[in-house]
Design a protein around this ligand. Structure first.
Ligand SMILES: [Zn+2]
Length: 256
């Protein structure tokens, strides 16, 4: 997934080429199926990064079929998470720091003569990501204890770091699973928007449906601020800028 390009490339630098299989926001990663070219890319790589936690099971299948297990970093696994945990783990900057660290450790084994180079790269990137964590900490002073609605369980880790509770987990899960949210869930959300029970609504721009359009227009009608996130990265953005933009969006609505 293109989200991981920067955290990996920042470490491997100019020593290896880094490519993503899911490259754009026009694909729903939850329903992605790889081509034979994608399989070949995985078979030929020195390092493969999967999200894990059931998010991209197809990677593991190709990895196993090509005896590439020793070259796989399963992101969910290195975080010690189990299937069933929220799989959008890149929404936590700390998690992405762990990923970069693991890439560094792995590269130090794959290519030991350049260990110092990878280590220096990792440290530099780690510091850069620290600045995002500092922004989150500063923002948390204002967001802690607030509630939000989400159209999908996408920003769970970010909101968690900001002390924001997701007030409609059941609705969000239904949308993610491509099922219809229950009438009660919809009613609760409509009322919640009307009575400003939440501070903002987070919309996943990558998934649209009638019910999401409806909730978005209700939020606009009742002047509940909307924050737009993407699941993968727009092709012109790296992880840092993308996450920085996410934080800025939340910051802006709280200024109002
Ligand atoms: Zn998702």
């Amino acid at each position: 997934m293109n989200t991981y390009i920067e955290p990996i490339k920042s470490v491997v630098g100019n020593k290896y080429e880094v490519k993503s299989i899911i490259k754009s926001v026009n694909v729903d990663p939850h329903s992605f199926s790889p081509s034979s070219n994608d399989a070949k890319l995985i078979a030929d790589s020195r390092l493969i990064v999967s999200s894990g936690l059931g998010y991209d099971d197809w990677v593991e299948k190709i990895v196993t079929a090509n005896s590439q297990n020793k070259n796989l970093i399963d992101f969910g696994n290195i975080l010690g998470k189990k299937d069933g945990a929220n799989e959008h783990i890149w929404f936590s900057v700390k998690n992405v720091q762990r990923l970069s660290y693991n890439v560094y450790q792995r590269m130090a084994k794959v290519d030991p003569k350049n260990k110092a180079y990878y280590q220096a790269n990792f440290k530099k990137y780690d510091l850069k990501l620290d600045s995002l964590i500092q922004r989150e900490r500063a923002l948390k002073k204002y967001t802690n204890g607030k509630k939000a609605y989400v159209t999908e369980p996408l920003p769970y880790y970010l909101l968690n770091n900001l002390g924001v509770t997701i007030a409609n987990p059941h609705f969000a899960k239904a949308i993610e699973d491509d099922t219809d949210p229950s009438i009660d869930d919809v009613k609760n959300m409509e009322n919640g928007l009307k009575h400003h029970e939440v501070s903002f609504l987070v919309v996943n721009k990558q998934v649209t449906s009638g019910i999401i359009t409806k909730m978005t227009s209700l939020a606009k009608k009742y002047h509940v601020p909307i924050v737009y996130f993407t699941e993968t990265l727009p092709s012109d953005l790296g992880y840092y800028d993308w996450m920085n933009g996410n934080i800025t969006q939340i910051e802006r609505i709280l200024e109002k």
